[in-house]
Design a protein around this ligand. Structure first.
Ligand SMILES: Nc1nc2c(ncn2[C@@H]2O[C@H](COP(=O)(O)OP(=O)(O)O)[C@@H](O)[C@H]2O)c(=O)[nH]1
Ligand SMILES: [Mg+2]
Length: 454
C-alpha cells in the first residue's frame, strides 16, 4: 500500500441549509490551519469551534463554519479527521472542498472514508456494508437490519460461529494428543455431533438471506387479473395517492406502473399491470406481455377478481408456480351479501375481500403481504441478525460446505488431521465475511472454557 494521502468530500446531500465537509488523513490538521489562514488558533480537539475559512489564493473569506478536529485514532476513519459544518446550498461546500484541494487534499472516492475506517480496524466489513445500507434504507425493517449490523449484531453472530469452529479444532487437537484415554473427554462421535450442531446454526442464518436481501431491493408485489377488476384502484389505495389511471373503461392501464411502498415497515415494489386478457388491440397486447414479464419476477401476486364467486385458478399462474398468490375480491361494497367465506383453494395463500370505497380489507392486505414475503422476520422479530447481501450469503455457504465436509470426513476413514483442513477452510470463509476479526477475544472465549493446559 502506498503513502496514505488526505481526502476531502462533502458528506451531505446537495442543496440543504447546512453542509458537512469531511477531511481525513495525515495532513488534515495542517490543511485546516492553512484554511483558517494560520492566524486563528487551532481549535481544541473534539470541540465545535467557530472559524472563518479563507480562500488560500485570494485570502478572502469563504464562510464561517463550525470546525471539529478529531485526532487519530479516535475518529470515524481512525485517522486525523476534520469536520466542517458550513453553510449549504450549491457554492459554499464546493468552494470549501476546492480550498482544501488547493492546500493538498484529494477528492475522496465513493465510500473512501468508510474504507479507511475498515482498514484502520474501526469497523469490520459487515459493519462497513451496513453503513451504506443505513444511508440508503427506504423501509423501517431495512433500517433496523442495517442498524443492527452497524451495531455488530451480524458480526457477533459470525464471531460465535467462528468461535465454534476454533472449539472444534481444539477438541480435535485434544483427541489427537490423547487418543487412548479411556475416559477421554472428547470422542470422534462427540466432535461430529458438535459439527452437526454448528452446521445447523449456519443453515439457520443462511435461511434469513432471501428475506434479508429483499430488504434492500424491496419485494415485488404484482397486481394481476382481468381488466376492470379494480387493480389500479387498489394500487392507488395502497400507494396512498392517485398514481395509476382509473377508468370504468376496460383495458386502460397498458404499461406496468411501479411504486415503492412500506407495508408494516417492510419494503414493497407494488406493480400495477394491464389486465390479462386476449385482445385484438396491439398496444394493449404489449401491456399484457409486460404484465406477464413482471409476473415472473414477483415475490407475491395479488390476483384481483371483482365478484364474490369462489376463485378459479387462471392459467397464467402456471408461470409463477412457487410464488404466493393472494386472491383479492375487490369492490366488496357493491356486493349485496357477504360472500361465503370458505377455506382458500390450495393454489392460493389467502382470499381477501376489499373495497377502496369503504377501505375494507386494505389493512388485512398490509399485514398479509409482509407475513407472506418476510415470514421469517415477521415471526422472529426484526432484531435477529439477517444476511442482507449476496457476498455474505456466499461466504457463509462456503463455510457451511466446509463444516459439512469436515463432518463427513470425520465419520469416514479420512484421518482426523486431514479432516481438520476443512475447518481451516470454514474459518477462512468467515474471516472473509467480516474482514479481519479481532482474534484475541475469540481466542480468549475459547480458552476460558477449554483448560487443556491445566
Ligand atoms: N364500488 C367500487 N368500485 C370500484 C372499486 N375498485 C374499483 N372500482 C371501479 O371499478 C372500475 C375499474 O377499476 P380499475 O381500478 O381501473 O380496474 P383495473 O382495470 O383492474 O385497473 C372503476 O370504475 C373503479 O372506480 C371498489 O372497491 N368499489
Ligand atoms: Mg388498471
Amino acid at each position: 500500500m502506498g503513502e496514505v494521502d488526505t481526502i476531502v468530500a462533502v458528506a451531505t446531500g446537495p442543496g440543504g441549509a447546512l453542509s458537512v465537509v469531511r477531511m481525513s488523513g495525515p495532513s488534515a490538521f495542517e490543511i485546516l490551519s492553512a484554511l483558517c489562514d494560520g492566524e486563528q488558533p487551532v481549535p481544541p480537539a473534539r470541540v465545535a469551534t467557530l472559524r472563518t475559512l479563507k480562500d488560500p489564493a485570494e485570502r478572502s473569506a469563504i464562510d464561517r463554519a463550525l470546525v471539529v478536529r478529531y485526532p487519530s485514532p479516535a475518529s470515524y476513519t481512525g485517522e486525523d479527521l476534520v469536520e466542517l459544518s458550513c453553510h449549504g446550498g450549491w457554492l459554499i461546500p464546493a468552494l470549501v472542498c476546492e480550498a482544501c484541494e488547493a492546500l493538498g487534499a484529494r477528492r475522496a472516492e465513493p465510500g473512501e472514508f468508510t474504507r479507511r475506517a475498515y482498514l484502520n480496524g474501526k469497523l469490520d466489513l459487515v459493519q462497513a456494508e451496513a453503513v451504506a445500507d443505513l444511508v440508503e434504507a427506504r423501509s423501517r425493517a431495512g433500517h433496523r437490519a442495517a442498524m443492527s449490523q452497524v451495531e455488530r449484531g451480524l458480526s457477533r453472530r459470525v464471531g460465535e460461529l467462528r468461535a465454534s469452529i476454533l472449539h472444534l479444532e481444539a477438541l480435535l487437537a485434544h483427541h489427537l494428543d490423547f487418543p487412548e484415554e479411556d475416559d477421554a473427554p472428547v470422542s470422534v462421535d462427540g466432535i461430529a455431533t458438535d459439527a452437526a450442531e454448528l452446521a445447523g446454526r449456519m443453515v439457520a442464518l443462511i435461511a434469513t438471506a432471501p428475506e434479508g436481501e429483499l430488504l434492500r431491493e424491496g419485494a415485488v408485489a404484482v397486481l394481476a387479473g382481468a381488466p376492470n377488476t379494480g387493480k389500479s384502484s387498489l394500487f392507488n389505495a395502497l400507494v396512498g395517492r392517485e398514481r395509476a389511471i382509473v377508468t370504468a373503461h376496460p383495458g386502460t392501464t397498458r404499461d406496468a406502473l411501479e411504486a415503492v411502498v412500506q407495508l408494516r415497515g417492510f419494503p414493497f415494489r407494488l406493480v400495477d399491470t394491464a389486465g390479462m386478457r386476449e385482445t385484438p388491440d396491439a398496444v394493449e397486447r404489449l401491456g399484457v406481455e409486460v404484465a406477464f414479464e413482471r409476473l415472473t419476477e414477483a415475490h407475491v401476486v395479488l390476483l384481483c377478481v371483482d365478484d364474490g364467486a369462489p376463485p378459479r385458478e387462471p392459467s397464467f399462474l402456471a408461470r409463477v408456480k412457487s410464488t404466493p398468490v393472494v386472491v383479492v375480491r375487490s369492490k366488496a361494497d357493491l356486493r349485496k351479501q357477504a360472500p361465503q367465506s370458505s377455506a382458500p383453494p390450495e393454489w392460493c395463500a389467502d382470499v381477501v375481500d376489499t373495497s377502496v370505497v369503504t377501505g375494507e380489507g386494505l389493512d388485512v392486505l398490509r399485514s398479509l403481504l409482509p407475513s407472506l414475503v418476510f415470514r421469517g422476520m415477521v415471526q422472529a422479530g426484526t432484531e435477529q441478525p439477517v444476511l442482507t447481501r449476496r457476498r455474505q450469503t456466499r461466504a457463509l455457504q462456503a463455510a457451511l460446505d466446509a463444516v459439512r465436509a469436515f463432518h463427513a470426513a470425520l465419520l469416514s476413514d479420512v484421518p482426523p488431521e486431514v479432516a481438520s483442513s476443512h475447518l481451516k477452510e470454514a474459518e477462512t470463509a468467515l474471516e472473509d465475511l467480516v474482514g479481519v476479526i479481532a482474534v484475541e477475544d475469540v481466542l480468549d472465549a475459547v480458552f476460558a472454557e477449554f483448560c487443556i493446559g491445566k
